[in-house]
Design a binder for this molecule. Structure first.
Ligand code: ADP
Ligand code: MG
Length: 358
């Protein structure tokens, strides 16, 4: 089942929550809606589900206009951030709920619920109450419940938002495998970029009710279309710079930028991401004036496999962040005070536009 959203606008009073949003979800695709709180993600999901109605625009499923179809008739499964399980009902009855409403026979309910509990790896726990489960298990019950009625579309609104980091990572890997198994068209809302990039085939970045960028995770990550996307993807070093003749200049150091081949120099905003900078002790042979910047390490922070070095370029108060694999950081023996050379492998450059403010 494919979904086609065309020119959807939604206002709450004078506030525009969705502003002319158009979007396609391919049949069997897993699309992540990524954006800060308040950007309109939940509103869009509720409009797809039929729980909310757009002021203008249309929604199609497999080419059929369902804009005015009632939520009940849309065959959509919905999983919310908060488990929203029935507390007084067993896990079995929670999963069975939609089937009972549809007057399914007891025998069919039993076989379907057991199949679903196996699918979400909760076989044998049907007799428990939600309070006797962990947060991650409860969210898997919520998913089984959403799947029970064999929806054509699965909508998930920050389903792991209330769980701790380790469980979130496990559950999203599990959800990705589950999606590959059952192949249902799914839209997943998150404000966590890692979650979006790990899970989804397509990522849509939203901001203030509009789509900033839509693409594969690689496209969005490697070629952020707007300064907002770049900032939102986080952890960037931003500088005033200049472009001319196919190169951007950062502290006088040239970086290839073929998108601007012109001879006339222009001011630009240069974004350097911490993992796109090379760093070595100052004595290293690739350090040459004009191709790398000398700096001093001021802080070393290890987080898992990555070590982040906060550095201060000589003669500057600004900090520059560089990420290196933890084993590389160890082998170079970086510590506060180490003199280093930094060389950008790549930069993303935004030329001044109408809303150019730095
Ligand atoms: P997100 O899920 O991205 O955090 P939402 O879609 O929930 O964003 O909300 C987008 C904006 O619309 C927010 O500013 C929110 O306050 C507003 N909004 C959402 N639902 C309502 C409503 N029922 N009444 C008034 N304003 C709403
Ligand atoms: Mg929301």
């Amino acid at each position: 089942m494919s979904i086609h959203i065309r020119n959807v606008t939604k206002r709450f009073g004078s506030f525009t929550a969705l502003d002319d949003v158009s979007l396609e979800v391919a049949d069997g695709g897993l699309l992540a809606l990524l954006g800060p709180s308040g950007s309109g993600k939940t509103t869009l999901l509720r409009i797809i589900a039929g729980l909310e109605h757009a002021d203008s625009g249309t929604i199609e499923e497999d080419g059929a206009d369902i804009t005015d179809l009632h939520a009940r008739s849309r065959e959509v499964g919905f999983v919310f951030q908060h488990y929203a399980l029935f507390r007084h009902m067993s896990v079995f009855e929670n999963v069975a709920f939609g089937l009972r409403v549809r007057k399914t026979t007891d025998a069919d309910v039993r076989s379907r619920v057991e199949e679903l509990l196996r699918l979400v790896r909760l076989e044998g726990l049907g007799g428990r109450k939600p309070s006797q489960l962990s947060g991650g298990q409860r969210q898997r019950v919520a998913l089984a419940r959403a799947l029970a009625i064999r929806p054509k579309i699965l909508l998930l609104d920050e389903p792991f938002g209330a769980l701790d980091a380790k469980v979130r990572v496990e559950l999203r890997q599990w959800l990705r495998r589950l999606h590959d198994e059952i192949g249902m068209t799914s839209v997943f809302v998150t404000h966590d970029q890692e979650e979006a990039f790990e899970l989804a085939d397509r990522v849509v970045v939203m901001n203030q009710g509009r789509i900033e960028q839509e693409g594969s995770p690689d496209e969005v990550f490697d070629r952020p279309a707007t300064p907002f996307v770049m900032d939102f993807l986080g952890n960037v070093n931003v500088y005033h710079g200049r472009v001319e003749n196919g190169r951007a200049f950062w502290h006088g150091i040239p970086i290839d930028y073929p998108e601007y081949p012109h001879a006339q120099a222009r001011d630009a905003r240069v974004y350097l991401r911490p993992h796109e900078l090379d760093i070595a002790p100052l004595a290293e042979s690739w350090n040459r004036p004009g191709t790398s910047l000398s700096a001093r390490v001021v802080r070393v922070t290890r987080s898992g496999a990555v070590t982040r070095l906060a550095c201060r370029p000589h003669g500057s108060e600004a900090e520059l962040h560089v990420d290196v694999p933890a084993d590389v950081a160890r082998s170079w023996n970086f510590e506060p005070g180490t003199n280093v050379a930094i060389k950008p492998r790549r930069a993303t450059v935004f030329l001044p536009g109408p809303e150019y403010v730095i």
